[in-house]
Design a protein around this ligand. Sequence first.
Ligand SMILES: NC(=O)c1ccc[n+]([C@@H]2O[C@H](COP(=O)([O-])OP(=O)(O)OC[C@H]3O[C@@H](n4cnc5c(N)ncnc54)[C@H](OP(=O)(O)O)[C@@H]3O)[C@@H](O)[C@H]2O)c1
Length: 256
Amino acid sequence: MVQQLIPARHHDAGTALTDEQLLSLYDPGASPLVRFNFVCSADGAATTSGRSGGLGTPADQRLFALMRRPADVILVGAGTIRAEGYAGELIDAGAQAWRRKRGMPAHPGIAVVSGSLELDPRSAFFAEAPVPVVVFTTAAADPGRRQALERVADVVTAGDEDVDPRQVIARLAERGHRMVHSEGGPSLFAAFQRADAVDSLCLSISPLLAGGAGMRIASGFTSDLQPVELSLLLEEEGALFTEYRRHRPGHAPGSA
Ligand SMILES: NC(=O)c1ccc[n+]([C@@H]2O[C@H](COP(=O)([O-])OP(=O)(O)OC[C@H]3O[C@@H](n4cnc5c(N)ncnc54)[C@H](OP(=O)(O)O)[C@@H]3O)[C@@H](O)[C@H]2O)c1
């Protein structure tokens, strides 16, 4: 049973949270928002045997799916696509109906960030995507790989040597994608942190010790410590589900 700890529940504490209640707790709100969702072990590992799957509890899997529902676009780094094998519809029929009822397209957009463009244009990720995939890359990307991907995806330059998160947010906003839901991974998250472009971090902490070899949820150099506020804390069978919100005085969330 998923329990709500923060914000405190007064009326029906002790009863299980429904999907609608969970969706309301994770409601991104009306302003543009860049949200990252990760799972880690109690000792901070974001991967076990090179993937994140073994770390998630059943409640994490439920929340992972629910959090996709209000997304305008699901944004993922190329490393996560290569490791986790994304393909096909990313939300189920119930979620599609939920979106249609709210006047949203049945499927969220799908976007991937890759400097190398080492992505197979014949892969199921492109072939089975329910909407055309947007690939964010750099001006320095290999022209041959770019040409091959342009046959199956919308390839967008968003930086010279590295993909610039602020350009990604701006290009997505031009497509009407204001709620950017990112499922990582650690390099992409670090790039967005460096650009101070993370508004929300939803982190599941599983009651597991994974040992020393796993990655953290952010990799690479980050310049400053960025204060965040714990806005949500749920618990189920020892697993914690948090949302941390970044507050920047005088700066609208998700704005480029
Ligand atoms: N625990 C979790 O919740 C969770 C979530 C997601 C992923 N993971 C795990 O994380 C691991 C993958 O880590 P990762 O750091 O490689 O994942 P990633 O951030 O998804 O992918 C990194 C790749 O994305 C591209 N990229 C990211 N930022 C870029 C930028 N600013 N400019 C240009 N390209 C950029 C590059 O692609 P190119 O190499 O193509 O240039 C880079 O190599 C996997 O084991 C996966 O299972 C865990």
